[in-house]
Design a protein around this ligand. Sequence first.
Ligand code: GLR
Ligand code: MG
Length: 424
Amino acid sequence: MRRDIRITDIRITPIAFRDGPLLNAAGIHEPWALRAILEFETSDGRIGISETYGDAPMLAVLAQARPVIVGLSPFDLNVMEERVRATVRPVAGAVEFTLAPGSHSAKNAAKVISAFEVAMLDLQGQIVGAPVVDLLGGAVRDRVPYSAYLFFKYAEHHGKPYAPDAWGEGLSPAQIVEQARRMIGLYGFRSIKLKGGVFEPAHEIACIRALSEAFPGMPLRLDPNANWSLQTSIAAAPELDELLEYYEDPTPGLEGMAELARHTRLPLATNMVVTTFDEFRRGVALGSVKVVLSDHHYWGGLRATRELARMCEVWGLGISMHSNSHLGISLMAMTHVAASVSNLGYACDTHYPWQEEEVIAGGRVAFDEGAVRLPASPGLGVQLDREALARLHEQYLACGVRQRDDLAQMRKYQPDFAGTSPRF
Ligand SMILES: O=C([O-])C(=O)C[C@H](O)[C@@H](O)C(=O)[O-]
Ligand SMILES: [Mg+2]
């Protein structure tokens, strides 16, 4: 009987992989990005997998919830949710990383539920012989489009911990166009996002203009991660009007975005001001945004993402997906849920092109004209490469990073870097 299958063990392995010197509103990426890989083992010898944040506070809350899930059936998603909500507690001394809503401790239960849900859905799929998307109601598309996610960047990390990446420096408009050409050449993306909030807005707008000239008709987005004041965001809007598909989180707060919305015809998008269902309700009342960038890692999983998509449909908002540095297991989870959402209106974000290392068997996930094809095999459709897992875990042990801190990393380059926000 399927219901007799039980979760007998949960392994949580923190890993570190090389990440580029990518600039953002907070500072700069460290040389090592952290993730946690979860393996749920069952009484009939299956392994369900999942990928989530690997910062120390996240590892602590995953460990808190782990014992109350062992013994459940992989089909007990609702009981799992109840038990996680009753168990997960804030971690003392946890530092929040403001650019990544996933690092906020208020989202601890949702983050753990998401990580557990994905592994349990992977198991369910294996047990019934169906891909995860079928457990979410089935696919409305067989390939999920992603966008070229450009970053301003240095050529090398501070201290040169390893050989430089192949992307080179990305600071000037010409270098950003070159970065886009390379990324589109390799992956075939059909829309472009530029991570902003790094340089003076005039420079970032010049980069967007250069991209628009180099790639006529290509949908473009700019995301200053709330590093522009309301005044700056309002002033920049007319210049961006004809250039952008949407204007992502230029300025902080639900109220700030609502005020900006009254001054621009550009659709405003967010992964910063609408990150919970409570913020969704307040954002709708204020008219803060037109597009919600969901992320199953902190919204509470694949099913919660579908609920969010339904709410967006009801309230006339667009939906797409946000990402943080991630590997192929997260990419496949995103792909399954995105393939099930009929109102997905934009190509999803992914940091995947910036990651050279992988933890899944068979190498990197393939992109076809900027899209990831849904696998037909049961569950998530990807398996762990155990040697790679062991190697990336060794890197975690050796790298010394335990919690993402882009500001401290930036101060290695510029000791007087204030990191105040909004900076412009
Ligand atoms: O769309 C976003 O806001 C992000 O992806 C936030 C991330 O933290 C991004 O800025 C990064 O990785 O530097
Ligand atoms: Mg964003």
